[in-house]
Design a protein. Structure first.
Length: 261
């Protein structure tokens, strides 16, 4: 018997939702009867995802195409969402590279996308959530928050900054029935991993298939993660049952990060 997460009729704003982990979260929420406002940069893929979810789950799905790191897109998404019950912050990470090559513009772009944008969305959504006495915010960050990935230094920096900021906010708003948590993905079968594998293959002079094989062999599950499984974790964090989970950073990585605690 399926668990009822108590989300029917809620409304969620889901960022970077046209594919990958964002789409996995949107699909999991739609399956629970959540109406959606989806954002992504690519309009064609976004509309395809919206149509698929409407057809599969019979929920209302609205779309706002554009770069969520831009003020005008952010305001448009918030206007369409109209004080959402659930906020999913998510954005693609900065490109890999060496600290030797970072410019000031690179640093600012990373922080703007993966720290400032989520915080501005949280700041905009929290007052209505507090007023209603219920809300759920889930940030999609990275396993690099717990164990930095050397070639992803810009991502390490920005996502860890977001983690520190929301750790304090989460503990201020929990008494109002609002929870804020983060999910830290490891390797999942997404476009992002494809791009990183391609870069690694070129750097190491091996095939992309070999990069993937080596990475999977280092994971206890010996496979990449699935966006559907990831979405299910996010949906549970948004549930009525998860009201006592506050300010946590939950690894969804197949055990790939070797931590005891």
């Amino acid at each position: 018997m399926a668990m009822d997460l108590g989300l029917t009729g809620k409304r969620a704003l889901v960022c970077a939702a046209s594919r990958g982990l964002g789409r996995g979260i949107a699909a999991a929420l739609a399956a629970e009867g959540v109406d959606l406002v989806l954002n992504a940069r690519g309009e064609e893929a976004l509309e395809q995802t919206a149509g698929d979810l409407r057809k599969a789950h019979g929920v209302q799905v609205l779309t706002v195409a554009g770069d969520i790191t831009r003020e005008e897109t952010r305001q448009a998404a918030l206007a369409v969402a109209g004080e959402p019950d659930i906020l999913i912050t998510n954005a693609g990470g900065p490109p890999p590279g060496s600290w030797r090559d970072w410019s000031r513009e690179d640093l600012e772009a990373a922080v703007a996308a993966n720290m400032f944008t989520p915080l501005l969305l949280i700041q905009a959504c929290l007052p209505a959530m507090i007023g209603r006495g219920w809300g759920r915010i889930v940030n999609v960050t990275s396993s690099s928050v717990r164990a930095p990935i050397p070639e992803l230094g810009l991502s390490n920096m920005a996502r860890t900054g977001l983690t520190g900021a929301v750790a304090g906010i989460a503990r201020q708003v929990a008494k109002h029935g609002v929870t804020i948590n983060s999910i830290l993905p490891g390797r999942h079968a997404t476009d992002r991993i494809e791009a990183l594998d391609r870069a690694r293959a070129e750097a190491d002079g091996i095939t992309q298939a070999e990069v993937r094989r080596r990475a999977q062999s280092r994971n206890p599950t010996e496979r990449d993660g699935d966006a559907g499984d990831f979405g299910a974790v996010a949906a549970f964090l948004c549930s009525q049952q998860a009201g006592y989970i506050v300010g946590q950073n939950i690894l969804v990585d197949g055990g790939g990060v070797p931590l005891t605690m």
